[in-house]
Design a protein around this ligand. Sequence first.
Ligand SMILES: [Zn+2]
Length: 487
Amino acid sequence: MKTKTEETTEKGAKIKITKRGEDFSRWYTDVIAAAEMADYAPVKGCMVIRPYGYAIWENFQKVLDKMFKETGHENAYFPLFIPESFLKREENHIEGFSPELAVVTHAGGKKLEENLVVRPTSETIIYDSFSKWIESWRDLPLLLNQWANVVRWEMRTRLFLRTTEFLWQEGHTAHATENEAEEEVLKMLEVYRKFSEEYLALPVIPGRKSENEKFAGALRTYCIEGMMQDKKALQCGTSHNLGQNFAKVFDVKFLDQEGTKQYVWQTSWGVSTRLIGALIMAHGDDNGIIVPPKIAAVQAVIIPIWKSEEEREKVLEAAKKLYEELKDGGIGVRLDERDLRPAWKYFEWERKGVPVRIELGPRDIEKSEAVMVRRDTGEKRNVLQKQLADEVKKELEAIQKNLFDRALKFQKENTFETEDWEEFKKIMAGDGGFVKANWCGETKCELEIKEETKATVRCIPFNEKASGKCIHCDKKAKEKVIFAQAY
Ligand SMILES: [Zn+2]
């Protein structure tokens, strides 16, 4: 008779993952289920983040929180409910967010005097506090971050990429001058670039958003854009220069050194659980997800192999010793002692994208060795047990680098530059990719391009010079931009 775990795992072993080449979108849903990352919830568009997915989010938080604190920010927490009137104060802000708002009209069995909005973002409620906290130039800059959930009533949802409720961090700052605010916005964009490239192993293109794509209520929005394996773009983080727009409607003023009242200059910036989707789509393969070692909840898993009870005892003893050694070496290691066939365990950890697998059987023990297998390349080699901790560390570094190099190569191979509209259309109708092209800078033109090709201006990269005419209309080009179809 089979044990309960065996039954469950047998079911697990049958999990079929659609091939990326067949249907990328189904592949994405399949690998999330197969890796036990997340589930849909009873409320449409909401997401249950399962422990394995949440552990990865916790690692994101640890790294980012440290980076925010190192750049002078403190964490705070503001309420989930925002008076509806607050959102209405900034005209563009409410216009941008109103289709997605969830509004509470009743509470405690009574109709509320004023409707409450479930925060879609927290500019308004935070700046109401800023107006009370900031009095003079000595109170500036005010540098805050909040870890929270937000709700945006999305019509078309996909796990991690677009869900009705999602987790994120939102930074909010106030400064005495426009220059300081701009510096802050670019500094945080750089934090996001570093996080994406060095931790998620995801190369990104930093730049500015077009007027049409910028944040509702911002002067300027900056972003980092990554390429997924289906060649679509994914916005991985945004940083907004809010100018004095919110300061004026929330009356956030300070007394400057000359004793004059002035409005503050503000910024906000955020990344969300969407980045987990980015990680999956940038690195996963037909066998499951691949988690970059620096962000992995489990970096290495030890699978002991035995055939008899006698072997079991001997192998487990050696496996435990190795486990302790790796743990002491600072490696995030798991020992999978479950009473299951090793092959089932291999598949399970492979689906979950654990970077390194260590196999340990009686014959390996005789030779004082273990077998080390890389998730990204499938490469297998024997390693002396006494060198295992060092070798695993080296392998984790190599995997981290390989994932980044692989993704960068893919991004480069699928980035095209053209001045020909027909070629542009052909690329977008075919395999897609990033297209670098000259553009007039007008929203009407951008919307026409979107209508015809589903591609939008993903970002206006720094240090690119426009020349000649717009790729679509005949107007003079103002910017050289990256176009792509996007999530
Ligand atoms: Zn144009």
